[in-house]
Design a protein around this ligand. Structure first.
Ligand code: ADP
Length: 509
């Protein structure tokens, strides 16, 4: 141990013996492979053996007289103090602690230190420590621990892989460069590419550029990163050159390293597309039939009407009152039939003869509707109020028709009071809900659905003129625009006709 250890003694013989004993201790302390040190009551180094000096790299003079905290991290110095206090308070003499120690070159050695209390005349006089370098042991332990964690993680990853592979849909995680970070077996099965090929491919390479504009795919990816959600219908181009219709959904999130990614699924919509196509075809055939039938019915009806008026004109004088009345009924019936055929024609033209969608300002559209209904508004002294309305994406002519039918009904079915009609709009998520409310006769809720069907009326023609096509037409137009229409009403309480129109993002305000 250090030369600081003063040998206390009195006579020459005792001095020699004690000096020798001290020397023996020193030799002993330096002969072991562990670090041995002594601290005074204030935890300052009083002695260190050669092992401490060699392993930690400090000169002996740098340590002696310095507090032990010099070579410990803050928290660890406190731990040593606490340990000594605890030892003093207990009846134990020694305790073992694991301590990382700072070396002279800034490194770290993890030591297992056995700290023992020293007492002189029964008073605490310091501590002695025997320190063993366990860095290697802890490193090995840590390696084992890491490996065990890795195995556990691998097990969980394998489990999630199995779950994702069990799904028929394509699962994917896409990074900002458009490369796939993770995918399930379905992607390989559908596309025909092996994992290694997928790894080096860009997302756009999976799409059939003949069926989808790659700008649209890039835009969908960008939207995903910008808004957090994305969705696109696009055909997957397989390695064999087949084109399969898919719908992709994705949501953005951060990977464990904090990088933004899009995770989502892709679903084969071949069947859905095929069903939709068949439905569209059958709808189209029905429309064509309705159109042709009503169109062809017009001609014989015109004949009926014109011959009836011919009979009336030529033989009117000769007919008795009954015959004149019968002819009047027949003319009236023919007229009604003409109105109904015209209505059917308009109805059947909604899909086939509709215009392309455009950006429509509903406020100016409502002004036009009010102008068209000016006479009726004046006649009934109606009060029509219109709140601020949005711009939407749609067929102007058809939307004008919807508002015109609803407004004209609100004026027609107002009851005895002066009609009061209010038009308003509220935004509901991705939709606009538009309302035409009146304070008229209202509708019994049990008829609230029926009135949207073709030719369904709740009143006779004597009470209120009409063909019963108006609301059916409204429904067909609203549905063509991707919305819904319904009526909220109680008899005598007035009615609110509401319909929704999708608020196409970036195209309306
Ligand atoms: P039409 O008005 O030609 O009869 P519609 O399809 O427009 O045909 O309306 C169907 C039926 O719904 C009407 O006959 C009427 O009974 C009822 N209806 C429509 N709008 C209102 C309203 N605002 N208030 C009360 N009843 C209404």
């Amino acid at each position: 141990m250090s030369d600081h250890e003063e040998a206390a003694g009195s006579g020459p013989r005792t001095e020699r013996t004690e000096a020798e004993a001290l020397q023996h201790y020193r030799t002993l302390a330096n002969a072991v492979d562990d670090g041995i040190y002594r601290l005074d009551a204030e935890s300052r180094f009083v002695a260190v053996n050669d092992v401490v000096v060699e392993r930690l790299g400090y000169a002996r003079e740098e340590l002696l007289g310095e507090p032990v905290s010099t070579i410990l991290a803050d928290g660890d110095a406190e731990r040593v103090e606490t340990l000594i206090r605890d030892l003093l308070a207990s009846d134990e003499d020694a305790r073992t602690v694991e301590l990382p120690v700072r070396t002279a070159d800034g490194g770290r050695v993890v030591c297992e230190v056995r700290v023992s209390l020293l007492r002189a005349d029964g008073e605490f006089s310091g501590t002695v420590g025997v320190a063993r370098d366990i860095s290697e042991r802890t490193a090995t332990e840590r390696r084992f621990e890491r490996r065990a964690n890795e195995i556990e993680l691998e097990r969980y990853k394998q489990y999630t892989d199995d779950v994702l592979d069990a799904v028929d849909d394509i699962f994917y995680i896409l990074d900002e460069d458009g490369h796939l970070r993770r995918w399930n077996e379905s992607l390989c099965e559908v596309s025909g590419y092996a994992d290694d090929e997928v790894r080096s491919m860009h997302a756009l390479e999976f799409f059939d550029s003949g069926a989808v504009d790659s700008d649209d795919v890039s835009e969908a990816i960008r939207t995903g990163f910008e808004t957090g959600h994305t969705r696109i219908q696009a055909n997957v181009l397989t390695k064999d050159g087949d084109s399969v219709p898919y719908e992709f959904y994705g949501a953005s999130l951060e990977d464990p390293d904090g990088n933004p990614v899009i995770a989502g699924i892709g679903r084969d919509v071949t069947e859905r597309k095929e069903t939709k196509r068949r439905l569209e075809e059958s709808n189209e055939r029905l429309e064509q039939f309705a159109y042709a039938a009503s169109h062809d019915l017009q001609e014989p009806l015109r004949m009926v009407s014109s011959y009836l008026s011919l009979v009336d004109r030529r033989y009117g004088e000769e007919l008795d009152d009954d015959a004149a009345e019968f002819i009047e009924y027949a003319v009236d019936g023919a007229e009604r039939m003409r109105d109904m055929i015209d209505a059917l024609l308009t109805y059947s033209r909604v899909e086939m003869r509709g215009d392309d969608f455009d950006r429509i300002d509903l406020e100016t559209l409502l002004e036009d509707v009010q102008k068209n209904l000016e006479l009726k508004i004046e006649e009934t002294e109606a009060e029509v109020t219109v709140e601020s309305l949005p711009r939407v994406h749609g067929d102007r002519g058809q939307l004008q028709q919807v508002f015109q039918n609803l407004l004209s009904n609100a004026l027609e079915y107002s009851g005895d009071a002066r009609p009061r009609v209010h038009v308003s709009a509220t935004r509901r998520g991705s939709e606009w809900a538009l309302t035409v409310r009146d304070e008229g006769i209202g509708i019994d809720p049990k008829h609230a659905d029926r009135i949207f069907e073709v030719f369904q009326r709740l009143h006779t023609r004597d009470e209120h003129p009409g063909t019963g096509i108006g609301l059916a037409l409204c429904r067909r137009i609203v549905e063509r625009h991707g919305g819904r229409i319904w009526a909220d009403s109680e008899s005598g309480e007035g009615s609110a006709f509401r319909f929704t129109l999708p608020a196409a993002e970036g195209r309306d305000d």
